[in-house]
Design a protein around this ligand. Sequence first.
Ligand SMILES: [Zn+2]
Length: 60
Amino acid sequence: MPIYEYECSNCDNSFELVRSINDDDKDLKCPKCDSSEVKKLLSVFSSSCSSCASPGQGFT
Ligand SMILES: [Zn+2]
């Protein structure tokens, strides 16, 4: 499940949400000020997945 990071244009609050593809950006509001003026920053799947590209790890 992808984790999306958002930033509120209203109060500059940044927050992360786990959303499915089907959810898209509908009904997206800032949890802090309840503004819908939020923008998507980037999507990160897992910080631990940086090791996924390391040779010799996994699949052994
Ligand atoms: Zn906000």
